[in-house]
Design a protein. Structure first.
Length: 315
């Protein structure tokens, strides 16, 4: 890594933003100029929505590097950190940059995204399915238990019975998901050209087009053929990328009707989510990302149209 930290960069780092995270002049103009120097792929996926699998395919197709944009990963609720972000832009010789951050679109993050002209991508998936996969991860991975999700996972979590564990997922973990989707829905409504919203169900049907759509949205020039090749390579090594089962509808076998009703009530607090409810609470049957013979990724001719930048899904 070789780059020059000039006086403007130093001044920007040490100039405190306003309480809402917005930047004042001349810092704002400097950050916008820096942000225009190159593209950056910001995958702001919620946990367990194919983010790790997706980012590895993006790294391959772009021959890029994974960079951590938040100050730290612990807690899994990221806030963008100016020194880390500037590093991505000041090194002109650096490979293409991919960032994967579990972050809400709260005001500070929105203002940061606006300052650099970033174009984030998110993935809509059934929340109960994500909670089921998250529970599997908590049961198997001590690092995941240490990180939590903007919460502490109790030390005796593994000793709990199944009902208590699933209650914890609904009562403690699920509210983060509700707020996450509410903030991103508001952001997507306010700035539809900035936020790319992908459907997990569409990605399962046509992963090639989903990856291509995200990359083009962020300003990269890639082909469907290159995306298909990269996805096939990552699929072969999917076990190392936290790929669980990828099935839709698993949540219904993990959580009781009463627990799912509690999840629904959490979403009801956010009226902007009304048009996303069918995607956040319903599923399209037990489908998964389907490998082709030979290990490639299936790109079905019957896939949904490539209209994955969604502001108010109706299907």
């Amino acid at each position: 890594m070789s780059f020059v930290i000039d006086s403007k960069a130093v001044q920007a780092i040490f100039t405190a933003p306003l309480p809402d995270g917005s930047f004042e002049e001349p810092t704002l103009s400097y950050l916008r100029a820096v942000g225009a120097r190159r593209q950056l792929l910001l995958l702001a996926f919620a946990p367990k929505s194919a983010g790790t699998f997706f980012r590895e395919a993006a790294i391959k197709v772009l021959n890029g590097q994974l960079i951590r944009l938040p100050h730290a990963q612990g807690g899994r609720d990221g806030s963008l950190y100016l020194p880390n972000v500037l590093t991505c832009y000041l090194d002109a010789a650096a490979p293409e940059t991919i960032a994967h951050v579990h972050m809400q679109a709260l005001p500070a993050n929105r203002n940061f995204i606006d300052a650099f002209g970033l174009k984030p991508i998110i993935m809509i998936r059934d929340i109960a399915d994500m909670l089921a996969s998250f529970l599997d991860m908590l049961e198997m991975d001590p690092v995941a238990r240490a990180d939590g999700l903007n919460c502490q996972v109790p030390d005796n979590f593994l000793q709990w019975d199944r009902v208590r564990k699933t209650d914890f997922m609904i009562d403690i973990i699920a509210p983060w998901y509700a707020s996450y989707f509410a903030t991103w829905k508001s952001f997507a409504d306010d700035a539809p050209d900035t936020v790319c919203v992908l459907h997990y169900r569409d990605f399962c049907r046509d992963p090639v087009d989903g990856l291509w759509t995200a990359l083009v949205h962020a300003g990269f020039v890639v082909s469907h053929k290159d995306c298909e090749k990269s996805l096939g390579e990552v699929w072969e090594d999917r076990a190392s990328h936290r790929f669980n089962k990828g099935l839709q509808g698993r949540g219904k076998s993990y959580f009781s009707p009463a627990q799912l009703a509690r999840l629904r009530r959490q979403l009801d607090y956010y009226p902007q989510l009304n048009s996303w409810l069918l995607h956040l609470l319903d599923n399209g049957g037990d489908k998964a990302i389907a490998p082709m013979q030979g290990g490639g990724m299936r790109r079905q001719s019957s896939a949904l149209p490539p209209s994955t930048m969604i502001s108010a899904p109706s299907t």
